[in-house]
Design a protein around this ligand. Structure first.
Ligand code: NAP
Length: 473
């Protein structure tokens, strides 16, 4: 029950603990050590002192550790999914999906470890470049501080640890306070997989305290953060010259053009809006439907949403469970009430049932209300009619966020036009904005972030380019 910190290859006792409760059953599930300042410093020192050990591993050795990790995770698939569901209330079917994606993420990391290379530079293309042989090397950046959110506690840790190991870095990992158990489980598996001591250090405790110490340390070369824009911007402001990669929130939008195939679109919208209770950074939050389809879309989307099963996340039949914390249920309900007071209409849901917020569809919601312009991070989606695709594009772009967007259309010119005009990091044609596989470049513009994840792209961020020039005169 009492968990430990993992520092310099050893599991260390905590001094103070915080109780961890299951969001659904509200039962106490663990006691989590709250790392002291000295323990955080010990974790940073361990990562700093072992940089050379990791940097000296060959690509073969780094890939081998990651391959062993993914074998161990495959053997422990159900156990890992149960941990996710227990600590985060993610319904088990989605937790199993997250474990499968995580296995793939580590697989891509292992493969990318073997593809890490520089390039030849044609020096003699310059007037004074004759007789020079030049090439770049990609060297590990050093200590990576990884700070992760609660909503994908296994796979978003993998998006940081996987590329960091593949690139030959050391890591200090600070998982979200509500979901430390998935991270602890991965640290145990990595130890079994033969990761050198000090290469991964896991510290738990309040983000504000532990996080600050990591972000301001001179021994840390890069901070990689996934979480809310408020915290991300705060980190960026404190980090000084170190590299800071931010993967932040959004209020993802989807356009449905006239003539789109409903049979395909509806089930995707249900998954995109309500899986993991809408606590997905690319959850479908705003749907703009061509006015010719609007009424029938609304009826069919409502009918499909009403079929969702609410309940215990440990039950495989459950589609929707409780949000990560009671105060989040209250906040989301207040946002629904604000939308209704502002003229919005509830198509389905809108109420709290045994502390689970019902999957909620709203319509006629004005653009300046919170459920539209803020990140809702709850099972709430708004559906508004549009006269043209351009009206939908303008509505999606009228946001401080820009992570991913989607459009369903049968017209190739319209698809091409939307892909150019949408101000986001990724455009999904004939798919929902929630679509992601783990090797693709993923990240946002505006307040959605400043980096791209996806193994190859993260590894680029986690390495320094060194130029070597040989004078052969
Ligand atoms: P959060 O509250 O920002 O927390 C994220 C992490 O930051 C946690 O580990 C947290 O620790 C830590 N933290 C809190 N305050 C800190 C500080 N002052 N300095 C350093 N670290 C600090 O986010 P969340 O509620 O866990 O996650 C939801 C957010 O993540 C949403 O906005 C979502 O869109 C975003 N997200 C983005 C992506 C993406 O790839 N773009 C993916 C998933 C989620 P504590 O838990 O101890 O507070």
């Amino acid at each position: 029950m009492k968990q430990k910190l993992f520092i310099n290859g050893e599991w260390l006792e905590g001094k103070e603990f915080a109780d961890l409760f299951s969001p659904y059953s509200e039962e106490k599930i663990a006691e989590i050590p709250q790392a002291t300042e000295a323990q955080v410093q010990a974790a940073i020192d361990a990562a700093y002192e072992n940089r050379g050990v990791m940097a000296n591993l060959t690509a073969y050795e780094r890939a081998e550790i990651l391959e062993k990790l993914l074998d161990l995770l495959t053997e422990n698939r159900l156990k890992a999914a149960e941990i996710i569901s227990l600590e985060s209330a993610k319904p088990l079917k989605f937790s199993l999906g997250e474990v499968d994606r995580t296995i793939e993420t580590y697989k891509f990391a292992a493969e990318e470890a073997k593809r890490l290379h520089g390039e030849m530079i044609p020096m003699d293309a310059a007037r004074t470049g004759a007789n020079r042989l030049a090439y770049t090397l990609r060297e590990p950046i050093g200590v990576v501080a990884a700070i992760t959110p609660f909503n994908f506690p296994l796979n978003l840790v993998a998006h940081k640890i996987g590329p960091a190991i593949a690139a030959g870095n050391t890591v200090v990992l600070k998982p979200a306070s509500q979901t430390p158990l998935s991270a602890i489980f991965i640290a145990e598996l990595l130890e079994q997989a033969g990761l050198p001591k000090g290469a991964l250090n896991l510290i738990t405790g309040s983000g504000r305290l532990v996080g600050d110490q990591l972000v301001t340390s001179d021994q840390v070369s890069m901070v990689t953060f996934t979480g809310s824009p408020e915290v991300g911007i705060g980190i960026r402001n404190k980090a000084g010259l170190k590299k800071v990669a931010l993967e932040l929130g959004s209020n993802a939008g989807l356009i449905i053009d006239d003539g789109a195939n409903f049979e395909k679109v509806i089930p995707k919208c249900v998954t995109g809006a309500f899986s993991n209770q809408g606590q997905v950074c690319i959850s479908v939050q705003r749907i703009y439907v061509h006015e010719n389809l609007f009424e029938s879309f609304k009826v069919k989307f409502k009918a499909a949403t009403e079929k969702l099963v609410l309940g215990d996340p440990m039950n495989e039949a459950t589609d929707v469970s409780t949000l990560i914390a009671k105060k989040e249920v209250e906040r989301a309900k207040e946002w629904i009430d604000e939308a209704v007071a502002g003229g919005g209409k509830v198509v389905v849901g809108g109420e709290v049932e045994n502390h689970i917020l019902q999957p909620t569809i709203l319509t006629d919601v004005a653009a300046d209300l919170k459920v539209s312009c803020q990140e809702v991070f709850a099972p709430i989606v708004i559906v508004n009619p549009i006269k043209s695709v351009d009206e939908g594009i303008a509505a999606i772009n009228d946001s401080k966020y820009g992570l991913q967007a989607g459009i369903f259309t049968n017209d190739i010119e319209t698809a091409m036009h939307a892909s150019r005009k949408l101000e986001v990091g990724g455009v999904m044609i004939n798919d929902i904005p929630t679509y992601r596989v783990d090797q693709m470049p993923y990240g946002g513009v505006k307040q959605s972030g400043n980096a791209r994840e996806g193994l190859k792209y993260t590894i680029e961020e986690m390495t320094e380019m060194k130029l070597v020039v040989w004078n052969q005169e």
